[in-house]
Design a protein around this ligand. Structure first.
Ligand SMILES: C[S@@+](CC[C@H](N)C(=O)[O-])C[C@H]1O[C@@H](n2cnc3c(N)ncnc32)[C@H](O)[C@@H]1O
Length: 256
């Protein structure tokens, strides 16, 4: 998969891409990430990419022509056309489901705003989708672009070490993941759950399913409505009285 990030601060992208899973994916050629400086596409000799807002008011607005020229030039750098995404607090809220959808795209162009945002005509003519990473305001779209890249790259086939490590992640089945424990067996007087040390895989899977459901009911009841279970899981949950609790919390009976 290929990412092209359009920004006036390309160096901001460097360091988070140099570590861990993303670095490995880059080295293995599973992903290609290029940052492009929008200033290179400015029309005037001062490389101006922003100007005062029409109608007056605070701050500066990113001019449409450099952004448009950057999108056109960057699209031409690879044979497949990239889906153009503008990072914006006014976009649709980003979710794991959106990450999974975008992981299916061969190429994304991520446009990072700065200042008061981008001229509306650029968004209308060039942007296919606006995405927000949450209801708060960042100084620019670069951190939001990195959030998208990080969450998408780990979903690409072969990127995570263990094939199924994304399968049981929080959100992937609608709710939260079960709690995790590691050595030591006893920490500050508290023992790790005995069943996890039993080697009994069926018992462990059952414990994890129940713990994940109880945790979602307690911590994120707003997620319950979208949870999905297989027939065998429903039987286990019924035995624990959890199906009734899930329904009370708004579960729609969704099956895997
Ligand atoms: C200071 S913000 C502009 C906010 C704008 N004045 C408003 O009130 O909607 C500058 C840029 O940061 C990025 N940004 C800020 N918050 C964001 C968020 N929650 N999600 C995605 N991008 C964000 C966008 O690219 C935006 O154009």
């Amino acid at each position: 998969m290929r990412f092209d990030v359009l920004t006036i601060f390309p160096e901001l992208l460097d360091s988070p891409l140099k570590e861990g899973i993303i670095r490995r994916a880059l080295q293995a050629g599973q992903v290609r990430i290029e940052a492009h400086d929008v200033r290179d596409y400015a029309l005037d000799r001062h490389a101006m990419t922003d100007d005062r807002p029409f109608g007056g008011g605070e701050g500066m607005v990113m001019k449409p022509e450099p952004l448009a020229a950057a999108v056109r030039a960057v699209q031409a750098k690879a044979p497949e056309k990239g889906r153009v995404v503008l990072l914006s607090p006014q976009g649709r809220p980003y979710t794991q489901a959106k990450a999974e959808e975008l992981a299916g795209c061969p190429r994304l162009l991520l446009v990072c705003g700065r200042y008061e945002g981008v001229d509306e005509r650029f968004a209308a003519h060039y942007v296919e989708e606006e995405i927000s990473i949450g209801d708060y305001i960042l100084t620019g779209g670069e951190l939001a672009a990195l959030v998208l890249i990080d969450s998408i790259v780990r979903l690409l086939p072969g990127v995570l070490g263990c094939a199924d490590s994304a399968e049981y992640d929080t959100f992937s089945r609608g709710g939260l993941k079960f709690p995790q424990y590691t050595r030591p067996r006893v920490f500050e007087g508290e023992e790790a759950p005995e069943v996890l040390l039993s080697g009994d895989h069926a018992a462990i899977a059952k414990w994890r399913l129940i713990a994940a459901v109880e945790r979602t009911l307690a911590k994120r009841p707003d997620l319950v409505a979208g949870m999905r279970f297989g027939a065998a899981e429903i039987k286990i949950l019924e035995g624990q009285g959890l199906i009734a609790r899930l329904r009370e919390a708004g579960w729609d009976g969704g099956r895997k």
